[in-house]
Design a binder for this molecule. Structure first.
Ligand SMILES: C[S@@+](CC[C@H](N)C(=O)[O-])C[C@H]1O[C@@H](n2cnc3c(N)ncnc32)[C@H](O)[C@@H]1O
Length: 208
C-alpha cells in the first residue's frame, strides 16, 4: 500500500495545523464518538504496543508517561498488565475528559511539539501511541521524550505507516541511533486500524 492511499483513509489525516486538530477532537469526542470509532474500526495499537512493552518491562511499579494518552485506551491496557504508576498527557482537554477514573495517577495538558515541563531523566518509561500521525506530533518530539526519560528507560511508540517516510521518522530514528541517544530494541510493522487497512510501525527503544 502506498502513502497516497493512506492519506485519504480518515478525514483527520487532511488536517495540517494544531488549531484544526484540536477543533476536530472537540467534535470527535462528542457523545463518545471517538471511542465508538476505535471499536468499530478495530483500532489495535494500544493492545499491540502494551503487549510489546510488557515483554521488556518486567517491573510493574515504574513511573510511566503515556504521551498523547487521548481517551485512555493505552492506560487501560497498561493497567490490565499490572502497571500502576501512569501519568497521562495530551493537548486535548476533551480527550482527557473521556478517561475513566483511576486509570492514571496524574493527568496533564501538554503539547508534545513544545519543550516539556519535566526535568531531564524523569520517567522510567514512555508510551506514545497513535500520536505520530498526520498533523499531530512531529518527529523532533522524540528528542524531548528521550530527554525526560531516565537512562536505560524504555520508549515504546507507533508511527502511522503513511507518515513514516513523509515526515522523516525513518531519518530521525536512524539519527538518534547514530548519535547514540538510544538503542532500538525492536521495530516492525503491526496492525493499527484494521478495518481501514492502515498499519503502523511499532518501535521499542532503550535510552543510552
Ligand atoms: C489517535 S489519538 C490516540 C490516543 C491514545 N494514545 C490511543 O492510542 O488511543 C491521538 C492523540 O494525540 C493527541 N495529540 C495530537 N497532537 C498532540 C500534541 N501536539 N501534543 C499532545 N497531544 C497531541 C490528540 O489530542 C489525541 O488524543
Amino acid at each position: 500500500m502506498n502513502t497516497k492511499d493512506i492519506d485519504n483513509k480518515i478525514p483527520i489525516y487532511q488536517l495540517d495545523s494544531k488549531e484544526k486538530v484540536l477543533k476536530y477532537y472537540i467534535n470527535w469526542t462528542k457523545k463518545g464518538e471517538y471511542n465508538k470509532n476505535m471499536i468499530s474500526w478495530n483500532y489495535q495499537a494500544p493492545q499491540n504496543t502494551v503487549k510489546l512493552f510488557d515483554k521488556h518491562a518486567p517491573n510493574k511499579d515504574i513511573n510511566i508517561l503515556d504521551a498523547g494518552c487521548g481517551s485512555g485506551l493505552v492506560g487501560i491496557e497498561l493497567q490490565k498488565f499490572g502497571y500502576t504508576k501512569i501519568t497521562g498527557a495530551d493537548f486535548s482537554q476533551e480527550m482527557l475528559d473521556l478517561i475513566p477514573n483511576n486509570i492514571y495517577h496524574q493527568l496533564e495538558l501538554i503539547d508534545l511539539n513544545e519543550k516539556l515541563k519535566y526535568e531531564d531523566n524523569f520517567f522510567d518509561a514512555i508510551t506514545c501511541v497513535g500520536t505520530f500521525t498526520y498533523g499531530h506530533v512531529k518527529a523532533n518530539a522524540l528528542n524531548e521524550l528521550i530527554r525526560i526519560l531516565k537512562k536505560k528507560g524504555l520508549i515504546c511508540f507507533t508511527i502511522n505507516e503513511g507518515i513514516y517516510k513523509k515526515y522523516q521518522f525513518d531519518l530521525k530514528i536512524k539519527q538518534l541511533s547514530d548519535d547514540k541517544l538510544w538503542d532500538i530494541i525492536d521495530i516492525s510493522k503491526c496492525s493499527y486500524i484494521v478495518n481501514k487497512e492502515i498499519e503502523a510501525w511499532l518501535c521499542i527503544a532503550k535510552k543510552n
